[in-house]
Design a protein around this ligand. Structure first.
Ligand code: FA5
Ligand code: MG
Length: 381
């Protein structure tokens, strides 16, 4: 249940054929499939393993014997668990195949650890932490990656518990306890960093909040949270109880804690990165071992009806892998006469490990252009 394996060997437990099926709904690509079972958060000396342990120890110290920990629940889950059981509306964008990886029409790569809320409640756990890899079709930049890690936290209170604490309103009590826990965690991890609460919306909590931390000159969203919707508790064996819940982005927290400037670094096998981190050491500041210049390539085209930025990002990631640093829309206009829309995207290529040659970048870009025309059906300009 609470495995703390220090192994770095990928342990894929679902075969490629089970994940990359010929099902019409399947949109899992090879580079996504390869991430399943890697479980970076199981490696004690990896920044993700270090941050996971630090969060565990915060909760163990401040809430002794309260949270049950799960960190090996499989990322292939039923769409019902990922969406319906946490009340995601039938027409919510996150259900679209533009945003989520489908194995088949009923099965997805979880897009958040909230996929395990309902089943864990049904199993009888009242307070738990669920850590795991999550998968999203998303944009490309230094803080977004299609595979990342979350830790879900849930704490259920019985009516006796919140009344015994002197509260008159269970929801207000949960909100207060939630913010106390997360502010305590952030203070412990980061000390005196600038942070702020933002009102948010999630289908599974009300009220809902996000916490942002000031990092590298910008506000960085590190977690979402709120008071659990009553229906989730009532449907899963906790009638009339109250709960708070959060979902932390582990990469984002680790970036702030260790000064890691780019989310791709978590996946590198370069020892110049990995060697800088030690199990249990929270005071490491990452020292960049190289700063190779980025190379920018623009691509302009008339968009097709079903063109999306996520599809473009996945196509570029499929060709350039982790050599792509950012894909950014820099121009968007609609021709007044023809009504056709033109987009221009700027693609930044950069290796974290070495300098790239012009030839290498040009051939990547040529392949991107070719596949944009053949697979995305856009008209290059
Ligand atoms: C959720 O996933 C909610 N399930 C969180 C939650 C749980 C809310 C329980 C309420 C109760 P969101 O989509 O905002 O929310 O993602 C949560 C965190 O994951 C973000 O704050 C961010 O830290 C991280 N995150 C989101 N997308 C990416 C990405 N592409 N790459 C890296 N980190 C990401
Ligand atoms: Mg968010």
């Amino acid at each position: 249940m609470c495995s703390a394996s220090a192994s770095s060997t990928p342990t894929v437990t679902v075969s490629r054929d089970e994940v990359i099926t010929g099902d019409a709904a399947n949109n899992v690509t090879d580079n996504i499939y390869e991430k399943i079972g890697v479980n970076l958060h199981h490696i004690d000396s990896h920044p993700l393993g270090i941050i996971k342990s630090a969060i565990y120890s915060f909760f163990d110290r401040n809430y002794p014997d309260t949270f049950t920990k799960f960190d090996d629940l499989h990322p292939v889950v039923k769409a019902t668990a990922n969406f319906d059981e946490v009340l995601v509306p039938a027409d919510h964008v996150s259900r679209s195949s533009n945003d989520t990886y489908y194995v088949d029409a009923d099965t997805v790569l979880r897009c958040h650890t909230s996929a395990h809320q309902a089943e864990t409640l049904r199993k009888g756990f009242a307070s738990f932490l669920v850590t795991g890899d999550v998968y999203r079709r998303d944009s490309i930049d230094a803080t977004h990656y299609p595979v990342f890690h979350q830790m879900e936290g849930v704490r259920v209170f019985t009516e006796e518990e919140w009344k015994a604490a002197g509260a008159t309103d269970g929801t207000a009590y949960c909100e207060q306890e939630l913010k106390k826990a997360l502010e305590g965690l952030a203070k412990e991890l980061f000390g005196d960093v600038e942070m702020r609460w933002i009102d948010a919306y999630f289908p599974f909590t009300e009220p809902s909040f996000e916490l942002e931390i000031f990092f590298n000159g910008q506000w960085l969203e590190v977690l979402g949270c709120g008071v659990m919707e009553q229906q989730i508790l009532d449907s899963n064996g906790r009638e009339g109880h109250k709960a708070w819940a959060f979902g932390l982005g582990l990469e984002r927290l680790a970036m702030v804690l260790f000064d890691i400037p780019d989310i791709r670094l978590f996946w590198t096998s370069d020892q110049r990165f990995l060697k800088q981190f030690k199990a249990g050491a929270l005071d490491t500041k990452f020292k960049p071992y190289s700063k190779f210049p980025p190379c920018f390539k623009d691509v302009a085209f008339w968009v097709s009806e079903d063109f999306t930025e996520n599809n473009l990002c996945e196509l570029v990631r499929g060709i350039a892998g982790d050599l792509v640093e950012e894909v950014k829309l820099i121009d968007d206009f609609t021709h007044p006469k023809t009504g056709k829309t033109s987009n221009c995207f700027r693609i930044a290529y950069r290796s974290m490990e070495r300098s790239l040659t012009d030839d290498e970048i040009n051939s990547l870009q040529e392949e991107v252009r070719a596949q944009m025309a053949s697979r995305l059906g856009v008209e290059l300009r």
